[in-house]
Ligand binder design. Structure first.
Ligand code: CUA
Length: 421
């Protein structure tokens, strides 16, 4: 007796193989899953996927059952005569043409409906966000608020966000698995995408990715998304729109009475709201997502290059750093609103860089240790990075390498940048 005559053995073997697989799927949280959508866009795609999966599984099971049945029932037997040969069976042929046609129609209707729904114009009062892809980082502009930032996207829960997507170089693709995407960023062509983070979401952080191969650091082109309450978003946007205010020495941070991560200190901002006599002289800076509430999956774990070193005993002087930044090569690529010389647009806008949680497009935490190494030699930190290795000097065709910053100068500049909350 061979294995095919032992259905109980077969059932047991199949269950043993399938059960652990099924249990693995329940084992842990998947922060980058698309099966846990938090927007109407995500749910539309997920619902369509469920339907397609149902029909796909149904067809697969029926076809495989028929196949196994026929293979077993009509297998070659030594004693049996040769089976009757049949040519043409009109009823059968019409049946197996009609059934797939009907299934295709059942799949096509919700598919076309979902396409129309997700391609429809966004509601008029939506938050406009311009997404610009760069090798290898993300520029986010909020034209309604006059904000330009990089690699960190703040979205108010419950309000539709309407993205216009373009690229300055090659194809990229905008993707936040739990919210929406993927949609391509194309040079000289504007793509659109809109979705509404669920109003019940509460403050939360999500991972965003580039989902279209775009060169050596494609996998290092990440971003963070923070879904926040409407008042927190307004607070964040008002502050991000303001010019960088830098005052040395930094004032002591006021007590965080609101408990929502408002920070006072060096980057105090006096232009976000008119001062009234009742308010303290040091205005709190705008909302930013509290670092202590960042989920583990949003914290970068990229290893540091082993041969890139920095004198950790150095203490940076922010005021000296501000002066050095304003006359060094930094200003050729970076804008700091309020610093007339710093108007470059090749690299990320650094006006409020101190308020961001990561650097290098989500690759490293934004702290003194990592930012110092980044400024010293970004290309060692991230393959293909366009950021010049400031600590190694800038190649000059006429005079050779020149203008290398010392570790002390970098420590000063980093102290300045981190003070730009
Ligand atoms: Cu940008 Cu891949």
């Amino acid at each position: 007796m061979n294995w095919i005559h032992r259905p109980r053995w077969l059932t047991r073997a199949t269950l043993t193989a399938v059960l652990p697989l099924a249990l693995v799927a329940c084992g842990q949280q998947y922060p980058n899953t698309t099966f846990s959508p938090h927007t109407e866009f995500g749910r539309a795609i997920d619902g369509l996927w469920d339907r397609l999966l149902f029909w796909g599984v149904l067809v697969f099971v029926l076809v495989e059952l028929a196949l196994v049945f026929i293979v077993v029932k009509y297998r070659r037997r030594d004693a049996a005569p040769e089976p009757e040969h049949v040519h043409g069976h009109t009823v059968l042929e019409i049946t197996w043409t009609l059934i797939p046609a009907v299934i295709l129609v059942i799949i096509a209707i919700p598919t076309v409906k979902t396409i129309m729904r997700t391609e429809a114009p966004a509601p008029a009062n939506a938050l406009q966000v311009k997404v610009i892809g760069h090798q290898w980082w993300w520029e986010f502009q909020y034209p309604q608020y006059g904000v330009t930032t990089a690699n960190e996207l703040y979205l108010p829960s419950g309000r539709t966000a309407s993205f216009s997507l373009t690229s300055v170089d090659v194809l990229h693709s905008f993707w936040i698995p739990q919210l929406g995407g993927k949609r391509d960023l194309i040079t000289n062509h504007e793509n659109h995408l809109w979705f509404t983070p669920d109003s019940a979401l509460g403050p939360n952080a999500w991972n965003g990715f580039c989902a279209e191969f775009c060169g050596s650091s494609h996998a290092n082109m990440r971003f963070r998304v923070f879904t926040v309450s409407a008042p927190d978003f307004e607070s964040w946007a008002a502050h991000q729109a303001s010019a960088a205010v830098f005052a040395a020495p930094p004032a002591a941070a006021p007590a965080d009475s609101a408990g929502r991560g408002r920070r006072g200190g060096a980057g105090t901002n006096v232009s976000a709201a008119p001062q009234t006599p009742a308010q303290p002289a040091v205005m709190p800076v705008g909302y930013s997502f509290p670092r202590e509430q960042l989920p583990a999956y949003t914290k970068p774990t990229t290893p540091l290059p082993k041969d890139l070193v920095f004198d950790a005993t150095l203490v940076g002087d922010a005021e000296r750093g501000r002066a050095k930044f304003a006359v060094s090569a930094c200003i050729g690529c970076h804008t700091i609103k309020g610093t007339p010389t710093a108007i470059g647009t090749t690299g990320p806008n650094l006006t409020h860089v101190g308020s961001r949680t990561t650097i290098g497009a989500g690759l490293f935490p934004n702290d003194a240790q990592h930012l110092r190494l980044w400024v010293k030699d970004a290309q060692a930190m991230k393959p293909g990075a366009k950021m010049l290795p400031m600590g190694l000097g800038i190649p000059d065709a006429m005079t050779g390498v020149k203008g290398a910053l010392t570790d002390q100068q970098i420590a000063d500049i980093v102290a300045y940048l981190l003070a730009l909350k």
